[in-house]
Design a protein. Structure first.
Length: 399
């Protein structure tokens, strides 16, 4: 077969003496070549790469990702986002692709990362997150001409049945409250339960975030492992301030006074007279400093374990949604929870939400009164156990 030239500089095809077909193309002074035994197969391969630029970079995946994370993600995204991206890269991407050259990565290799995660039992959401990270890094590499094409295309994420969100029964809440009864943490837990706040939002809350006149809580900050910063979606949202929530705030002030917290006895209060008029933290440490989210998580989990229940602070947010599902509309729940879209609320809580319901923050008090009732039942049972009357006459007859 004589040499065949393709149009528009797409290279030429030659049949070799050994029966193979060879394609050659000159791009930017570089020759690239493909050999196949089948002519049709050669044509297919040519279609895929003929229009792509020649890449001279031998940059490894690990080198590019670390550079991308440091220079594009760290300075431009929230610290928590950078930490999440870095964790995904270090845990899932680097072990599979780290030693490979960027220009050699194909869609199959990206799919292999997802497949490895799926085999290890990771949730669909985590695998989607990994795809997002890879897409961002490879897309930027393509724009910077480090790779000839972005391989993160047509990637399939296995769909798994989402685990139901763990909610607590009123009986379980009663037992947890009993275990926490004399602790400094009790009012923060009860406040979280009647507001549905995230852990980070709760720990960043200041007294100036309480809009007493309009009976609402202004959520505009969050406390993460990197310190105080924006909320999860970088947007302000508002949570109704129910009578129960106000009651627990008052109890929190009493507790801070009893432990002689530095915030209560701050010299600035001589002018304000009332801590409610300050920008001090509502739920601080005993030293008046911010509580670490990890410390809060492990502390509340330990109290739950003491009550014989496996639960974390986030279970309180799920429980809030469950208790409010017939009291608040989908739109109201979306706004209280701080979700960008109602679809996000449905994705997370679709199984438990009933959207045909009434309004108003006072409904929170009605539902939560059942929790208080269960707590009283637990206390009554404990008192009953301690005060059992022994009938000595019956014991004598038995002898």
């Amino acid at each position: 077969m004589p040499r065949t030239r393709n149009p528009n500089g797409a290279g030429s095809i030659t049949k070799l003496k050994n029966g193979y077909y060879r394609w050659r193309q000159m791009v930017d002074g570089e020759i690239r070549e493909i050999k196949t035994k089948d002519y049709q197969e050669l044509q297919e391969k040519i279609k895929r790469i003929a229009h792509l630029p020649v890449v001279k970079s031998n940059l490894k995946v690990s080198e590019w990702f670390e550079d991308w994370l440091e220079n594009y993600i760290k300075p431009l995204k929230k610290p928590a986002t950078y930490e999440q991206y870095y964790f995904i890269y270090k845990t899932h991407i680097k072990p599979v692709l780290g030693k490979r050259q960027m220009k050699t990565i194909k869609s199959f290799d990206i799919q292999k990362v997802i497949s490895t995660m799926n085999t290890a039992g990771y949730a669909t959401k985590t695998m989607k997150h990994a795809k997002t990270v890879m897409s961002g890094a490879f897309s930027k590499a393509f724009k910077d001409k480090i790779i000839p094409e972005n391989p993160v295309v047509d990637i399939e994420i296995p769909k798994k049945q989402a685990k139901p969100r763990k909610t607590l029964t009123t009986e379980e809440l009663g037992k947890i409250f009993k275990a926490m009864e004399n602790s400094r943490w009790i009012w923060s837990v009860k406040f979280m339960l009647v507001t549905g706040l995230r852990r980070g939002e709760l720990l960043a809350l200041k007294w100036t975030d309480i809009d007493w006149e309009n009976r609402r809580i202004i959520i505009d900050e969050s406390n993460s492992s990197t310190g105080l910063g924006d909320t999860k979606n970088s947007k302000v949202h508002y949570v109704p301030l129910s009578a129960k929530a106000i009651e627990y705030l008052d109890k929190q002030i009493e507790m801070l006074k009893q432990e002689s917290n530095p915030l209560i006895f701050n010299k600035n209060l001589t002018q304000n007279k009332d801590i409610k008029n300050t920008n001090f933290l509502i739920f601080p440490t005993q030293r008046g400093t911010p509580i670490s989210p990890n410390t809060y998580y492990h502390t509340i989990s330990r109290f739950a374990a003491k009550a014989g229940i496996k639960a974390s602070p986030h279970c309180l947010r799920h429980t809030f949604v469950y208790m409010m599902r017939k009291k608040l509309s989908l739109k109201e729940l979306q706004e209280i929870l701080g979700h960008d879209e109602s679809t996000t609320t449905l994705d997370i809580y679709g199984e438990m939400i009933n959207d045909s319901v009434e309004k108003t923050a006072s409904e929170i008090d009605d539902v939560f009164s059942q929790v208080e009732y269960e707590l009283e039942k637990v206390k009554a049972e404990i008192r009953k156990e301690k005060c059992k009357i022994i009938n000595f006459m019956e014991r004598r007859r038995a002898k």
